[in-house]
Design a protein around this ligand. Structure first.
Ligand code: PLP
Length: 453
């Protein structure tokens, strides 16, 4: 078993194949869960299934139904479920040594070297990596500390529509007032400025970029309105939770020019977009922009919890203990990470993501262009959003919910984004062309039947 195993060999052949769902065992487990677990559980409220096994880009539920998986643990499983090349290294490492704080080990150093090999732009050869807690929010907290420590400033700048996590610092950068409201005050000095979202702002791309950069300039340099003490600007290269908003050309590079001019670090959050998701290792590469600080998580551990923050070596001012966390030495996840990167390299999955992403966009745009319920289909690589509009009878959220249900009933699992008005497709990068095609057949049929009703 090696990294040359072709992607066609990774999946349940039976998928998609579904009886009436949810089946009796799914219902039983869901009922048991709702008796004993928190009300905060959300995924099975929309997709009421219980899963038993995953292989590649496919899942099997407890009633022996098989699905094509278009959400991949929400952007975590870029090389798919239970990849044999990955799980063998996890088992081997777990049976040898699991947890070593930040003592040097082969697994840890190999990962840091591998991350340097795929680092974006000028970070290659000039970076440091710090591990802390295992989640994306932990990596974002690390980036806040690092930016503050280096600049001596406290002010944080982020964007409308941003999602950076739900711990207090990260939540301060997240822009979702609905969920944040009960927990204020969070960090005191935070400003949000418009992200260039031409579709929702009803502007052309050039105007959206010009307006976003004008707002960034104002907050960084306007004598009568700027933030006086900026520690950094946090940005997603594509806004994921907000419904896969791809900023037009010129935005990230313009933003980098501004942050450079003001000597403020640009923190590009690649937690959802990184590790090959969009067809490059990191989405900032499309804009030719190098982050000063880059939090990573989700697909980094290939299914095991792992986050890291990479930053330019000039910012390596912390002394020993400057940033810590008990789980900063979780070796099985580090092994998994290296193997997933090797597999993506050996099977050329970056190119696969670009090709399949273009196919997904073309097919979905073609199939929905005259459908008044669809506002926009957008994305980059295997990272695609289908934005719905309100109909006369039903809101965009109701339409999206009905499409999601129609999809899982036919064997395709899709998730939502934005204000729950967008279908989000984030399949494992190992999903084959045939599987993508079958999944899109199911999705397009679901969109047509739901929006015609
Ligand atoms: C861009 C981005 N940053 C940060 C996070 C937070 O990651 P976690 O949920 O692992 O804390 C997410 C999660 O969706 C994300 O998409």
């Amino acid at each position: 078993m090696d990294e040359h195993l072709p992607i066609e060999k990774l999946h349940f052949e039976a998928a998609p194949s579904v009886d009436r769902v949810p089946g009796p065992r799914s219902r039983e487990l869901r009922e048991r869960q709702s008796r004993i677990e928190s009300n905060a559980v959300v995924y099975p409220t929309d997709v009421p299934l219980a899963f038993e096994e995953g292989q590649g880009a496919t899942l099997k539920d407890v009633d022996d139904n098989y699905y094509l998986d278009f959400f991949a643990g929400i952007g975590v499983l870029n090389v798919g479920h239970s990849h044999p090349w990955v799980t063998a290294s996890v088992a081997q490492q777990a049976g040898t040594l699991s947890q070593t704080l930040d003592f040097p080990t082969e697994a840890r150093l190999e990962l840091i070297e591998k991350l340097d090999e795929i680092a974006p732009g000028d970070l290659q050869g000039n970076n440091c990596v710090v591990f802390g807690g295992p989640t994306g929010s932990d990596a974002v907290e690390g980036s806040i500390k690092l930016a503050k420590y280096n600049t001596g400033n406290n002010g944080l700048i982020a964007f409308y529509g941003a999602f950076h996590g739900e711990t207090a610092g990260a939540y301060s950068l997240t822009a979702d007032t609905k969920y944040k409201q009960p927990y204020t005050p969070l960090l005191a000095e935070v400003e949000h400025i418009p992200y260039p979202d031409s579709f929702h702002q009803d502007k052309d791309d050039e105007q959206a970029v010009a307006d976003a950069l004008a707002a960034a300039r104002r907050v960084l340099e306007d004598r009568f309105g700027a933030m006086p003490n900026p520690a950094g600007v946090w940005v997603e290269p594509i806004q994921g939770e907000n419904g896969i908003i791809v900023p037009p050309e010129g935005f990230l590079s313009g933003l980098k020019d501004l942050t450079d001019a003001h000597d403020v670090p640009l923190i590009i959050d690649e937690i959802q977009t990184g590790m090959g998701r969009t067809g490059k290792w990191f989405a900032s590469e499309y804009a030719g922009v190098t982050p000063d600080i880059m939090p990573m998580a989700k697909a980094l551990g290939s299914g095991l919890p792992l986050s890291a923050t990479m930053y330019h070596e000039d910012l390596d001012t912390w002394g020993p203990g400057g940033h810590t966390g008990t789980f900063r030495g979780f070796l099985p996840a580090m092994r998994a990470s290296v193997r997933a990167i090797e597999y993506i390299q050996s099977q050329e999955l970056l190119a696969h993501s670009r090709t399949e992403g273009e196919y997904m966009l073309e097919r979905l745009q073609g199939a929905t262009e005259s459908n008044p319920a669809i506002g926009e289909v957008r994305g980059r690589g295997m990272y695609v959003g289908i934005d719905f509009t309100d109909g006369e009878q039903r809101s965009s959220q109701e339409l999206v919910g009905a499409v999601q249900t129609a999809c899982y009933e036919e064997g395709a699992l899709v998730w939502t984004g934005g204000d729950d008005d967008t279908i989000r497709l984030i399949p494992p990068l190992v999903m084959t062309h045939d599987q993508v095609e079958t999944g899109l057949d199911i999705l397009i049929e679901a969109i047509e039947s739901v929006t015609a009703a």
